[in-house]
Write a protein that binds this ligand. Sequence first.
Ligand SMILES: [Zn+2]
Length: 185
Amino acid sequence: MLIYPQVNIPDEIVRKNAVHYDIAGKTERDLTKEMNTKGPFSARGPFSKDGPRYWGLTTPSVFWTYDTKQIDSGGCALIRPNVVVTITIILPHLTTSSQASGSFLGKWMKLLNALRNHEEGHAQIAIKEGADLVQLMRTHSSDDTCKDLDNYLQTHGKAILERYENADDDYDKRTNHGADRGVHW
Ligand SMILES: [Zn+2]
């Protein structure tokens, strides 16, 4: 039996970008209208300028790469394993907060927090997906041949990507896009 060297698989790299779009107004009606017309388009589904806009949006991307190397003593091991998760969260920014009444501002902060929490839930899905890919490489970092190693990782990696394919939609369905958790006036 061959004993392969232990391969160090680093944790995933998570990059988070925060993007804001400006809205203005002093009433719930004002801000709803602003968010409905200035909010981001969905990155999922068919892109259309006439498509629905969202009050907040999270765009995650998960990349995983690796190389394989023949070991002199036999077998093949992973080299340069890498998982990078990039998450962009778009949220509204109220530019006229100084003009709003305290009670209205309180209501707005509550809604914005709920929206932020909802988007954070999307971010966590992508982070979990990245962690699963890291785990896959940790549990199978070498094999008898490079072809075996690559086949194994591609098959199981594909299964992980497929498992997460509808995770964001499921999350939105489950939470009614956050409305069940406070994303409403
Ligand atoms: Zn959502």
